[in-house]
Design a protein around this ligand. Structure first.
Ligand code: URA
Length: 252
């Protein structure tokens, strides 16, 4: 029996898979308002690029070490998201992680704490990692497409605009180059579209369930945990995606 089948059976026996246990009542999942089917409730005009100074202009990012990269992210003014942030959120985990999980961008909780996925969606992401035998910071790194919280005029989280994602991408590219993970998991459509270079109008259903590659690294697309909080029935499909990622990891 293949290792992933064994693992799936073990998880079933333990009552952990394919549906992960929520440690927070869904009613608390207010920051699950974006991703997948949650369209932004307001239109936020993308900042004009000439409005912001560009840390990228000197092309220094591809040569940065970890500490320089993180401090550059924390003081970045390359797009308008810097104006509303409490903390930039560079990412967290093992700098030599084998598994890299990439979300959309910090929400309210993350902006306050400076750490990715610390709200209800983060609790579910922790459970997803646990189902794979992983843990936050142990062989894993968690990053986002944008490092500062995108917030709408109504004060709610919103997906980053294409310009905001593009302005932040050099940071993620450098993180990936430094980590050199064995497998990347793109959590949700924003992450998938940015990493695979497909339009935001591409359906997530057409991207998940099959292997992709980013800079030669196997990449698997799955649902964003915030979406899974709203649509728990799709956890089974997400578990299939994680099993695919495990298989690609085992084949490396
Ligand atoms: N959602 C994300 O995509 N990233 C976070 O860090 C938190 C919530």
């Amino acid at each position: 029996m293949a290792i992933d089948q064994l693992k799936a059976r073990r998880l079933e026996q333990m009552g952990l898979g394919p549906v992960w246990v929520l440690r927070m009542p869904v009613g608390h999942a207010l920051d699950a308002s974006r991703s997948e089917s949650a369209a932004p409730s307001v239109h936020v005009p993308a900042p004009r690029s000439e409005d912001y100074s560009s840390a990228h202009a000197n092309g220094a990012i591809p040569a940065m070490d970890w500490d320089t990269l993180e401090s550059t992210i924390r003081s970045c003014t390359s797009c308008g998201l810097c104006q509303g942030r409490t903390h930039a959120v560079p990412g967290i985990g093992d700098r030599q992680a084998r598994w890299l999980f990439i979300g959309e961008g910090p929400g309210r909780h993350e902006d306050l704490q400076g750490e990715p996925f610390v709200g209800p969606a983060g609790k579910l992401l922790d459970n997803m990692m646990r189902a794979l035998g992983l843990a936050r910071g142990k062989h894993t790194y968690i990053a986002n497409i944008v490092k500062c919280r995108p917030v709408g005029d109504d004060g709610r989280d919103r997906p980053p605009s294409a310009d905001e994602a593009a302005a932040c991408m050099p940071y993620l590219e450098r993180q990936i180059a430094l980590i050199k993970p064995d497998v990347i998991i793109a959590l949700g459509k924003t992450a998938a579209a940015s990493l695979l270079g497909v339009g935001e109008d591409t359906a997530l259903s057409g991207l998940r369930g099959k292997p992709h590659s980013y800079a030669g690294i196997p990449l698997v697309v799955t649902y964003h945990p915030a979406y899974l909080l709203r649509k728990p029935a799709d956890k089974a499909k997400s578990w299939q995606d994680l099993c695919l990622a495990q298989r690609l990891y085992d084949e490396r």
